[in-house]
Design a binder for this molecule. Structure first.
Ligand SMILES: NC(=O)c1ccc[n+]([C@@H]2O[C@H](COP(=O)([O-])OP(=O)(O)OC[C@H]3O[C@@H](n4cnc5c(N)ncnc54)[C@H](OP(=O)(O)O)[C@@H]3O)[C@@H](O)[C@H]2O)c1
Length: 241
């Protein structure tokens, strides 16, 4: 067991829930981030039944006020945070050609997928710095890999979603930027690609399970001081940016 604390955003279901479960199993005190109190409480009740130490944290990553209030609560109750998993993410509206995707939809996607992890990381930074050392995981996607998307042999080459894909590319850039600044504070920041996973996100069309998806996220969330920072990883190793 450990007295370490972890926050997973968007943890009321799917990949975030499974990540919270795994961190709970590893002995972390888990803050289960949810933008909806009832959904969060239902998920937390399930995890507590399995014996995990879980508290619900109201957090809508698209809202400055919500993220600030969440950071204040964790400060008051724990005074520190050892692990931050920026998991909450959205696909946006129906998939359209880049020339047809409304800018307003793209802005909404960026608000959650890019500005969400940036504002959450910034707001929780004093808490991460208060831990002996800390890990931040940005839940990215293989669809954020420009190397992958420009390779005709890549299995996702034809998935050309302007807002979502570029939001994850931008998120990867945030990983690089934060990792450089925070290395001196012993805070590691890495991007994880959970792979194409059956969740509500894609109408359960993915071919991976949430257990498989959470594997790389949990691995990066629990790195020790010798682990990498500023990287972008799938289960099997580094991905091209
Ligand atoms: N599934 C895949 O194939 C796949 C592949 C690569 C990457 N990913 C990434 O993995 C992450 C999790 O995806 P998933 O498949 O588990 O998706 P999901 O089933 O749609 O779950 C997304 C979670 O994020 C929450 N969320 C959405 N907007 C939020 C906001 N503004 N503030 C706080 N929470 C918010 C949702 O809450 P509600 O329940 O309230 O909506 C839900 O808990 C995402 O970042 C996604 O981009 C997924």
């Amino acid at each position: 067991m450990t007295d370490k604390t972890a926050l997973v955003t968007g943890a009321n279901k799917s990949i975030g829930y499974e990540t919270a479960r795994r961190l709970g199993k590893a002995g972390y005190r888990v803050w289960l981030g949810s933008r909806d109190r009832e959904r969060g409480e239902a998920a937390a009740a399930e995890l507590r039944q399995k014996g995990h130490d879980v508290r619900v944290l109201d957090i809508d990553v698209a809202s400055d006020a919500s993220v600030k209030a969440a950071a204040l609560r964790v400060l008051q109750e724990d005074g520190r945070l050892d692990v931050l998993v920026n998991n909450a993410g959205i696909l946006g509206g129906p998939v359209l050609a880049p020339s047809e995707e409304p800018v307003d939809v793209i802005k909404d996607v960026y608000e959650v997928n890019v500005f969400g992890p940036i504002r959450t990381t910034q707001a929780f930074l004093p808490l991460l710095k208060a831990a002996p050392r800390a890990n931040v995981v940005m839940v990215s996607s293989g669809l954020g890999s420009l190397g992958g998307l420009t390779d005709p042999a890549n299995e996702f080459y034809a998935i050309n979603i302007l807002g979502y894909n570029s939001s994850k590319t931008a998120l990867n850039a945030a990983t690089v930027a934060f990792s450089k600044e925070l290395a001196a504070a012993d805070i590691k920041v890495n991007s994880a690609d959970p792979g194409y996973t059956a969740t509500d996100f894609n109408g359960h069309s993915g071919y991976r399970t949430v257990e498989q998806a959470a594997e790389i996220i949990v691995r990066l969330a629990t790195l020790d001081e010798n682990g990498p920072t500023g990287g972008y990883f799938y289960d099997e190793g580094p991905l091209p940016w």
